[in-house]
Design a protein around this ligand. Structure first.
Ligand code: BGC
Length: 710
């Protein structure tokens, strides 16, 4: 039956059932017309475990273990569009394999501050990078007759007071920084659904915002997919009904009382709201179902989960996500020697992360920890010993409450984590573990420290108070490095940490994210040189959060309102323009081989209607190992004084090269690469004139620069 005919057949009650949650993760179907319920699941790193329909109680059977994929921050660190596509394919296949219609991801919110508890779920501080990777990821998901649901639209950049905080941002940064990844996700990626955000913007809750949903998303971008609320993000019936929101979801089990349930039905029956509003939403939902082959007995892909191919894809992405931050004296890669003795120190070497983080939690089929990865790689002829070095005391306290998600919306929905007063017994244990690690470190030829953060810090529902390493790790690392200067430091975390207390002493530092079920395998392969690292930072690593523009120019986390006074100067756009040094710049990452860059040329295409610039350069692998280089092209003004950032990422490509091999990299800059938003014109405008084009290994390490006139 055609959609319009179906809508005519439906009763008001049936339609109401389709536009709000009738379970924590599904809507109501209409069996008499062959309309199934719409089934959704979190989240970005894999398909979440099954819950009871109306309670946050895990079903607890053995059939909902899944492949655990690298987090979005890890995917972004690959700077590899194909890796993102493959991750999307796995996510889509597994979602469908588990019988879902919609997977709630990816998250493309901009990492405005390193303290945001959900940064590990997001991709980048840069809208271009986030958008470029979200597009193939979404397309990969949707190959499987499953809808991606790009989230959280928009300006959801902190957890503190996430339910009520009113974001104040000017039109230019809104358009240039906070919206483009969403726009690309829906226009180029073709995301079939989108989730609204909890926070408020210009006086409206984002999930019921006419400004964002009706005007920007539907009218300007022509989005005809389904808009889902964040769970509990709707607050009023009339506003939600009149907005372009299609489905209201929440965390509580009073489904009939949801704003778009009985209250809306009553309002329509009393003639206070037109039924046409509901018809429009139902039409969008039916269109989605048609696209997913859910109607009329259409043939639909079955999907599959926990296949060897999915695990291989998770491993490939994890390998490309590891970022080699520092490598003095070629300390890495480590040699594999018969009879070697290695000491691994650190809680994160031995910790499983997949089960934490908030709604992104996963019931992983397995998770290879760094310790297991190292042991697996070296085999039985090496002696690998582990000591914790510090105590992640808050992880092991008690099981997290079953109902945390229902309670998660109390008191504004989120807070800033506080540094705790430690009990004497914890302090004593800390000291004991530190001493043990330091004493042993001196006795081993090779020491690997694996620390960082875990999902107590990188988590939905709260932001970090600062970027400091928890559990007294700084002191452990300092003392271990003093005892054994050849210690390799691995930081496993979803967001940057302060490293100032020991960075100058450490010869080798490796960044490892929440890298999925094969993360430990990938890390070990990088440490021992089986894989040449090729990850690049998708965000700047400042020395401290106080250097971050959100904190020193704007506000974070604000109060009832939060003012994004830094405007478009987010991340490297600020550090580079204001010449603020950082620990590691956006785009940074080393390799075990060397690459020579030469011959940067920029050719303005004549006769094209729009300015188009072909940028080319030659990259040669001059070392003796195969490796991958990421060519980053930034564009900026030529004037010293400008209202725009000195440079902005406008193109990139990852190239794989054998030793001695060269490649001519050609990238095209379209008009958008030269455009900024003009609030008076209400449009992106590229002003004619001179521009600088930079080819760099990071935002800070520019290899060549040319000027063009457009
Ligand atoms: C999160 C969403 C998530 C939803 C469903 C909310 O708390 O903000 O990202 O998809 O819950 O679990």
């Amino acid at each position: 039956m055609k959609i319009d005919e179906l809508v005519k057949e439906l009763t008001l009650e049936e339609k109401i059932g389709m536009i709000h949650g009738d379970g924590l993760f599904r809507t109501k179907g209409v069996p008499r017309l062959g309309i199934p319920p719409l089934k959704m699941s979190d989240g970005p790193m894999g398909v979440r475990n099954e819950f009871e329909n109306d309670q946050w109680i895990p079903i607890g059977t053995t059939d909902d273990y899944v492949s655990y994929l690298p987090s979005n921050s890890a995917i972004a660190a690959t700077w590899n569009r194909e890796a993102a596509r493959e991750s999307g394919r796995v996510l889509g296949a597994e979602a469908r394999g588990r019988g879902k219609d919609m997977i709630l991801g990816p998250g493309v919110n901009i990492k405005r501050s390193p303290l945001c508890g959900r940064d590990f779920e997001y991709m980048s501080e840069d809208p271009y990078l986030a958008g470029e990777l979200a597009v193939p990821l979404i397309q990969g998901v949707q190959e499987w007759d499953v809808s991606a649901c790009v989230k959280h639209f928009a300006l959801n950049n902190q957890e503190t007071e996430r339910l009520w905080v009113e974001v104040e941002v000017d039109e230019e940064p809104l358009r240039e920084i906070y919206l483009p990844a969403f726009e690309k996700a829906v226009k180029e990626g073709g995301s079939l659904s989108l989730m609204g955000a909890y926070n408020r913007f210009r006086g409206e809750h984002c999930c019921e915002s006419k400004g964002l949903l009706n005007q920007v998303l539907r009218e300007e971008w022509g989005f005809d997919g389904v808009i889902v609320s964040d769970w509990g993000g709707v607050h009023r019936t009339k506003e939600a009904a009149e907005s372009a929101l299609d489905i209201e979801m929440s965390v509580t089990d009073n489904f009939d009382e949801y704003f778009m349930a009985e209250p809306l039905k009553e309002a329509v029956e009393k003639g206070e709201l037109p039924e046409a509003l509901i018809d429009e939403k139902v039409r969008n939902i039916l269109r989605l179902m048609e696209r997913l082959h859910m109607l009329d007995g259409a043939e639909r892909k079955a999907g599959c989960y926990n296949t060897p191919e999915h695990r291989a894809a998770a491993l490939d992405t994890a390998r490309e996500s590891v970022v080699l931050l520092k490598n003095e004296e070629h300390l890495l890669p480590l040699a594999k020697k018969a009879g070697q003795r290695i000491l691994v120190i650190g809680d994160n070497a031995n910790r499983i992360h997949s089960c934490g983080g908030g709604s992104a939690e996963i019931k992983a089929l397995y998770e290879i920890t760094p310790l297991m990865g190292i042991k697996k790689l070296l085999g039985g002829n090496a002696q690998v010993d582990w000591v914790p070095g510090y105590v992640a005391y808050d992880c092991d306290q008690e099981e997290k409450p079953v109902n945390w998600q229902a309670d998660s919306l109390e008191n504004g929905g989120g807070s800033v984590g506080q540094a705790e007063e430690l009990q004497a017994d914890v302090l004593a244990l800390e000291e004991k573990l530190r001493r043990e690690a330091v004493e042993l470190a001196a006795q081993y030829e090779q020491v690997i420290f694996v620390g960082g953060l875990n999902h107590q810090q990188d988590s939905e529902g709260h932001d970090r108070p600062d970027m400091k390493l928890p559990y007294g790790q700084d002191q452990v690392i300092r003392e271990v490095l003093a005892a054994n200067p050849n210690t390799v430091v691995v930081m496993a975390a979803g967001s940057p940490v302060e490293m100032g207390e020991w960075l100058s002493q450490a010869k080798a530092v490796v960044w490892h994210w929440y890298a999925g079920m094969e993360g430990g395998t990938a890390l070990a392969e990088v440490l021992f040189g089986q894989v040449n690292p090729s990850g690049r930072l998708p965000e700047s690593f400042p020395f401290t959060h106080l250097d971050c523009p959100a904190h020193c120019v704007g506000e974070y986390p604000g109060g009832k309102t939060v003012a994004y006074r830094e405007g478009r100067f987010v991340g490297y756009r600020y550090y580079e323009t204001k010449k603020v040094p950082v620990a590691f710049p956006f785009g940074h990452g080393l390799s075990y081989t060397e690459f020579a860059w030469e011959g940067l040329r920029a050719e303005v295409k004549k006769g094209a209607e729009q300015p188009k610039v072909a940028v080319s350069l030659k990259i040669t692998n001059t070392g003796d190992r195969a490796g991958k280089e990421v060519v980053q092209i930034y564009v900026g003004p030529t004037e010293e004084e400008s209202v725009y950032p000195v440079k902005e990422l406008r193109a990139f490509e990852k190239v794989a090269l054998e030793p001695g091999e060269s490649s001519e990299v050609v990238l095209t800059l379209e008009k958008e690469a030269f455009a900024h938003y003009d609030a008076r014109e209400k449009a992106f405008c590229a002003k004619p004139g001179a521009y600088r084009i930079y080819a760099g290994k990071s935002a800070a390490e520019i290899v060549e620069c040319v000027e063009v006139e457009i």
